[in-house]
Design a protein around this ligand. Structure first.
Ligand SMILES: Nc1nc2c(c(=O)[nH]1)N[C@H]1C(S)=C(S)[C@@H](COP(=O)(O)OP(=O)(O)OC[C@H]3O[C@@H](n4cnc5c(=O)[nH]c(N)nc54)[C@H](O)[C@@H]3O)O[C@H]1N2
Ligand SMILES: Nc1nc2c(c(=O)[nH]1)N[C@H]1C(S)=C(S)[C@@H](COP(=O)(O)OP(=O)(O)OC[C@H]3O[C@@H](n4cnc5c(=O)[nH]c(N)nc54)[C@H](O)[C@@H]3O)O[C@H]1N2
Ligand SMILES: [Mo]
Length: 773
């Protein structure tokens, strides 16, 4: 039960706790963003760079996947977008001299914050077997090393290719082609740990794994649920949209165990000439018990059913249920309604932790709305029963015909800025056969059809010695994945790990027997190739595809773009000495693709629906929106051609006596495993991150005191996992529900504790006990 998590150099002596804030953004946010930008980039570079964020001819902000409006403000960024940009456009550098001065063992003792603060990677680096330090390596040697390792595999399935969600469409497309050309579908991605549950539930029920609403829908909805999401920190630009919706008369219901500052009250500094205008965003705050959302939505379904029986109606209809929609566009309603009748109100109250009055009042909100949207993020996707929970969300929307009509629909709010686009491009371990057919046709080869490993399966395979080669296209696998120590040992079991990265992180330090760091261009930087400066494309959370073009001088002259790295490796692997394609490999001219990304877009257009006239349409400011059958035409690409109601057993988390259910979440000063600073201003945490938020009732009942230092011990199937030295902070959270930051607590998340169907690690429900430190 030992914890090897890096802690020697962790200094939490400055940790202080103040009262949490009840409102978000405002002047301190802008000041804070500028402070970090100036420190990292200097004043002139800061202003130049920030002015180009999300502009029509600028680069897409890598902060999140929230869409941009066609009409943009001069400064279309938020505090956290500015931090993301500063982190990439920093002037600090991690050079070969840096690696000569710091052994891997030394670097391993540093925390994520310190590593990130060192700056941008400048040279390809190599760590040989048994070596203590990384040394510089030529690009060509690096490609040869990878190709050699890949050629020597007993089976292509001994290789694993991870993707984080920042990768552009162009890079993602050539990457999946490389991987399928090698002969495997081992394409785990960050989505497996993120919105996979949304995809699983939505594909099954509405036939497409993407959200069905546009910004305009959101701004004209009459009722919006924001469930399991903290937009004030993670999608700050969403607050502006909610503010507009509110001005147009929408009611906003927030469902969260924590009273998150931005959700409750929002002051928008971009609003009117410097004046702060405050909005109480949330009408109803439902402080739900962790994992209680399925119960709530079943309760709402029941309430609508009872109202229907009582002869009431939804605005615009004669009845509560939209019978025309249900008859013409759905199947399975009887099964669902029968199921609801069996569920008892006592169970719903017990599971949700809400009162009957609260649930009824929310039911009344639904009865008063003619257009309802449900938005959600990680609070709904990272539980064991996340997929049935989301199916129950869809059920409630279907009852009133809230799919495929203006102002209504499902809105899974994506994380990484191009995570949705990467999936569209084929980054998925189990793409449908139609995709494979078209890929094979376009490139005249036979792609492998057997499903590959997702993230958790990849870790198990590495642990079990079945993998020799691991490549990470961005991201920070070892820190993002569950069960940190198991994942670290799993990676150590491989022969070669390769990380394509912009910044130093722990995945460069938890390596296979040999390791490569391949430094790459970021989104802010000019991408000059033989045919000229390149643009790339991305897809946002609402299926809009648009171009992104970096302007800054690259962090070093030795960087290769992600597209170039993939194409150079593919060229080495798939062509003979004369440059002719080897048999059974994709027919692609890799060097031309590298030199001119518009040729990559031509292939994308040929393989994937919705990309007709790709090149012309990205020249149009704001790009274009991909087809979405339920949204566009109430058409459902399911086996029956209709949307599916489902009857789902009510599940919820049963917390054993003396234990807590821990959710692992983000602070205001981090981007996933990148830590910008040690404050979580809105929650009143300053100068440190090793805190555990617990209700005062639990602190008293379990015999601890506010401010006490404890160890966290997770318990799963008889195995205990330990994270040491956390300070208890008394906080407003339902009894039994605790919270602490990711990735420090990933040591506690068991590898085998995953959501049913989607396989997503249950990062929001880890059963723990606290022990006095
Ligand atoms: N600045 C910044 N922006 C980001 C990121 C970042 O790290 N920093 N990460 C990006 C990524 S990849 C993603 S996926 C998104 C993540 O965006 P979020 O999902 O907002 O991120 P989390 O911090 O995981 O917050 C989860 C929220 O769900 C609540 N919650 C936890 N359990 C439950 C539950 O059982 N029920 C309900 N109803 N609520 C629950 C938590 O209290 C918290 O408010 O943000 C993206 N944007
Ligand atoms: N316990 C717990 N675990 C979680 C979560 C949780 O809520 N709780 N959330 C999960 C979620 S939602 C997600 S999405 C994953 C995130 O998992 P990842 O996407 O793997 O992690 P990030 O921290 O976003 O990756 C940061 C690294 O990406 C690299 N990088 C940044 N920009 C670029 C670029 O432009 N190109 C390239 N090649 N590299 C770049 C940098 O080197 C940086 O160190 O974590 C998951 N893990
Ligand atoms: Mo994510």
């Amino acid at each position: 039960m030992a914890s090897k998590a890096p802690r020697h150099n962790i200094d939490e002596s400055k940790l202080t706790v103040t009262k949490p804030k009840t409102k978000a953004v405002g002047i301190p946010a802008v000041a804070n963003a500028l402070k970090i930008s100036f420190e990292q980039m200097g004043a002139v570079r800061s202003v130049q760079t920030l002015m180009a964020v999300n502009q029509l001819d600028g680069f897409d902000c890598m902060g999140c996947a929230w869409p941009e409006h066609e009409k943009r403000n001069a400064a279309e960024f938020c505090e956290n977008g500015a931090k993301a940009v500063a982190e990439e456009a920093t002037r600090r550098r991690v050079t070969p001299e840096f690696f000569a001065a710091h052994s891997v063992a030394d670097l391993k003792t540093r925390d994520d914050y310190w590593l990130g603060q060192q700056g941008r990677l400048t040279h390809p680096m190599f760590l040989d077997e048994g070596a203590t330090h990384y040394v510089p390596i030529d690009w060509d040697e690096a490609y040869e090393l990878m190709a050699g390792e890949l050629r020597g595999l007993a089976s292509p399935d001994e290789a694993v290719f991870y993707t984080s969600g920042r990768t552009s469409n162009e890079a993602a497309f050539v990457y999946q082609l490389l991987v399928r050309g090698i002969g495997t579908n081992n394409l785990p991605d960050c989505s497996n740990m993120c919105h996979e549950s949304s995809g699983s539930a939505l594909v099954q029920t509405i036939g497409i794994g993407k959200g069905s609403v546009s910004l305009t829908d959101l701004e004209t909805a009459s009722l919006i649920f924001v469930a399991g999401q903290n937009p004030g920190t993670n999608h700050p630009r969403m607050l502006s949209a909610l503010e507009k919706a509110k001005k147009n008369g929408a009611i906003i219901v927030s469902i969260n165990p924590l009273p998150e500052a931005g959700l409750l009250h929002f002051e928008n500094p971009q609003n009117v000439s410097g004046m702060l205008v405050g909005t109480e965003l949330t009408d109803d705050f439902l402080q739900i018990r962790a994992g209680g959302d399925q119960a709530l939505f079943q309760g709402l379904g029941k309430y609508l059913l009872e109202a229907e029986t009582a002869g009431r109606s939804t605005p615009g209809l004669d009845t509560v249920l939209d019978h025309a929609f249900i008859t013409n566009h759905t199947v399975g309603v009887d099964d669902y309604l029968r199921h609801l009748e069996k569920v008892g109100w006592e169970d719903i109250v017990e599971a949700s932790g809400l009162t009957l009055e609260q649930i009824h009042a929310t039911g009344e909100r639904l009865l008063a709305s003619n257009a309802t949207i449900v938005c959600w993020a990680m609070g709904l996707t990272q539980h064991k029963h996340s997929v049935p929970t989301l199916r129950d969300v869809v059920n409630v929307l279907l009852l009133q015909g809230n799919i495929g009509k203006p102002g209504a629909g499902v809105c899974p709010v994506r994380g990484h800025s191009n995570v949705q686009g990467d999936r569209t491009m084929g980054i998925f371990e189990k793409m449908p056969s139609t995709f494979h057919d078209r890929l094979d046709h376009e490139f005249e080869f036979l792609s492998p059809r057997e499903h590959g490993y997702d993230t958790v399966a990849a870790i198990r395979a590495m642990r079990d010695g079945k993998v020799r080669f691991f490549m990470g296209m961005g991201g920070n696998f070892v820190r993002a994945a569950p069960d940190s120590l198991v994942t670290e040992d799993a990676l150590a079991n491989t022969a070669l790990t390769v990380q394509i990265s912009t910044k130093l992180n722990h995945s460069h330090l938890s390596t296979g027997r040999r390791a490569l760091i391949l430094p790459t261009l970021g989104r802010t930087e000019k991408d000059a190739q033989a045919s000229g400066d390149q643009r790339v494309t991305v897809e946002d959370s609402m299926s809009a595809v648009h171009a992104s073009r970096g302007r800054l001088k690259p962090a070093s002259e030795h960087l290769h773009s992600e597209v170039a790295i993939v194409c150079n490796l593919a060229h080495k692997l798939f062509t003979d000495a004369e440059g002719r394609p080897l048999p059974n490999t994709p027919r692609a001219s890799w060097i031309s693709l590298r030199d001119d990304y518009s040729l990559v877009r031509k292939h994308i257009q040929a393989v994937i629906d919705g990309f007709e006239d790709f090149e012309e349409r990205i020249a149009h400011p704001g790009g274009f929106v991909l087809p979405h059958p339920p949204r566009d035409a109430r058409a459902f690409d399911t086996p029956t051609g209709k949307a599916l109601f489902t009857g789902n057993e009510l599940e919820y988390i049963k917390i054993p006596p003396g234990r807590l259910v821990l959710q692992t979440l983000r602070s205001h000063d981090q981007y996933n495993t990148t830590i910008y600073g040690k404050d979580d201003r809105y929650r009143g945490i300053h100068g440190g991150r090793r805190v555990v938020l617990v209700s005062q009732a639990d602190i008293d009942e379990l015999g601890f005191t506010d401010g006490q230092m404890v160890h966290l011990v997770s318990e799963f199937q008889g195995v205990e996992r330990l994270a040491e030295n956390f300070r208890i902070v008394a906080y407003s959270t339902p009894k039994g529900c605790a919270a602490a930051y990711y990735p420090e607590t990933n040591v506690l998340v068991p590898l085998d504790s995953v959501a049913d169907t989607s396989g997503t690690p249950t990062s929001k429900s880890v059963i723990i006990r606290m022990e006095a430190a």
